[in-house]
Design a protein around this ligand. Structure first.
Ligand code: SAM
Ligand code: SF4
Length: 464
């Protein structure tokens, strides 16, 4: 299929019609929650019914239902990663972003290969195993090769007992040919947020550069799939337009990918607009999303696409993060910086893309997460065993993936504790490992113990 043949999959009118026809009705909400408990997902009408909830009692039932489904599918695991910003050069003019071309409030920097290696070494020494490479949409003289070389550089770093084992990428939409090159570097997920699915809003907030083209962006995930990348991440920047519309459009996009390619998105991200240097819009979002609505979004997504990972970043503060983990989040960033060079230089507002809500170190986040009973996982095994796309879903849907995920989460968590954790985190973590083993079935416990014995004996990067 050629690039031109891939069409915009979003039917705005259908979304608006569903929302307009939805009544807030307790019996319908409860029937929808019963359907959600079957873990087969929800359609647009169902999601609209849940989005209409305002009664506190029903809201409580929604959250309980999301917690149950999250626990049944994902157990207590939370996969941890860090973003790695390689450049803040950008030719676009997205009104909400500090990196936009005409913004003079931000200093510009594209990291050299040595600087990228240096940032990677710092992340590895903190204990990270997964990074999300991020860049603005303008590359130094080498063009797109700059990104390809950056990925090669990150994978090439060996430091102490660790290395980065999975590089996910969040860069602007590519051509089919460029996606093929990206695939060849061995990336994990290609992630791209539509920002807003509402075309009118999209056009009003993207004033210059290639990003003005709504269709080029909304069709990018499919170009990536045609190029052979089968782990795709999508998302919305919440705060630009009505969250209910965005939520339903996200689901429509997800269902379209599933229907056409047999693989829905691997992950959905839920960034909310955060203040950004030189952006009035980021400080005063046009359609702010309240904390309670944010939790609703996560809970409804968990029920609507039960097998799609949900990513929560350090845009959110520790309290919101704590409240949201149990509702359905499966991946979190930790210890993040959004300024290129930020791991070596520290957080610098006037070099950053937006302000962080969570400034804690990886060690602090890991300890906090473990104290709450979640298992921080540094697992990268699916991608390295080729369990991606359809293969991943074939294991995920019958619920078999957790026989791999739980032992791998424990063994990679143990690696972290032995190699990088503070004594306090180590104590909390070892206790959680014991409790988790005690609650496992005999087969899972045996697999986990065998992996962890190897880690305790000095072996690294063991997985099943
Ligand atoms: N430049 C590429 C693009 O726009 O797709 C990729 C990287 S961009 C740095 C990553 C994401 O950051 C954007 O897709 C957008 O959703 C998010 N972002 C931009 N400004 C933000 C802000 N003020 N608060 C929160 N997230 C923001
Ligand atoms: Fe550039 Fe991406 Fe920021 Fe837009 S969101 S200004 S494309 S870095």
């Amino acid at each position: 299929m050629s690039e031109e043949e891939i069409l915009n999959p979003i039917d705005e009118k259908a979304v608006t019609t569903v929302l307009a026809n939805t009544r807030n009705d307790a019996a319908q909400v409860r029937a929808t929650l019963d359907k959600a408990r079957e873990r087969k997902g929800l359609d647009l009408e169902d999601a609209a019914i849940l989005a209409s909830i305002s009664d506190p009692e029903l809201l409580g039932e929604l959250f309980e239902c999301a917690k149950t489904v999250k626990e049944e599918i994902y157990g207590k695991r939370l996969v941890v990663f860090a973003p790695l910003y390689i450049s803040n050069l950008c030719a676009n003019e997205c009104l909400y972003c500090a990196f936009r071309a005409r913004n003079t409030a931000v200093h510009r920097r594209a990291l050299s290969r040595e600087e990228i290696a240096n940032e990677t070494r710092i992340l590895v020494n903190q204990g990270h195993k997964r990074v999300l490479l991020v860049a603005g949409e303008s590359y130094p003289r080498e063009g797109f090769d700059y990104v390809l070389k950056a990925i090669e550089t990150i994978y090439g770093v060996r430091e102490g007992r660790g290395e980065i084992r999975r590089v996910n990428v969040n860069v602007a939409p590519l051509t089919l040919e460029e996606f093929k090159q990206l695939k060849n570097t061995g990336i994990g997920t290609y992630q791209l947020f539509q920002e807003t699915y509402h075309r009118g809003t999209y056009e009003a907030v993207h004033l210059a550069g290639r990003k003005k083209d709504y269709n080029w962006r909304v069709t990018a995930p499919e170009r990536a799939i045609h190029a052979g990348i089968d782990d795709i991440g999508i998302g919305v920047l919440f705060g630009l337009f009505d969250w209910r519309f965005e939520l339903l459009a996200l689901l429509q996009h997800s269902q379209h990918l599933d229907a056409c390619y047999g693989i829905g998105p691997h992950t959905i991200s839920v960034p909310r607009l955060e203040p950004a240097a030189g952006s009035e819009m980021a400080t005063h979002p046009p359609k702010p999303v309240s904390d309670i609505d944010f939790r609703k979004i996560v809970a409804i997504l968990r029920l609507a696409v039960p097998y799609t990972g949900i990513i929560l970043s350090t845009r959110e503060n520790p309290n919101i993060r704590r409240e949201t983990f149990a509702l359905g989040v499966s991946q979190i960033s930790a210890g993040s910086r959004t300024n290129p060079g930020g791991y070596g230089d520290g957080e610098k507002e006037d070099w950053s893309q937006f302000s962080l809500g969570d400034h804690r170190s990886l060690d602090e986040v890991v300890r906090d997460v473990a104290q709450l009973g979640h298992i921080p996982s540094f697992c990268t095994s699916c991608y390295r065993l080729g369990r991606t796309g359809q293969d991943f879903m074939d294991l995920a849907k019958p619920g078999e993936i957790k026989y791999h995920c739980d032992p791998n989460a424990l063994s990679t968590f143990l690696e972290y504790l032995l190699d990088y954790a503070s004594p306090e985190t180590c104590k909390t973590g070892e206790k959680l490992i014991e409790e988790t083993l005690a609650a496992m079935n005999p087969l899972q416990r045996a697999t986990s113990m065998s992996l962890m014995d190897q880690v305790r004996a000095g072996k690294r990067d063991v997985f099943c």
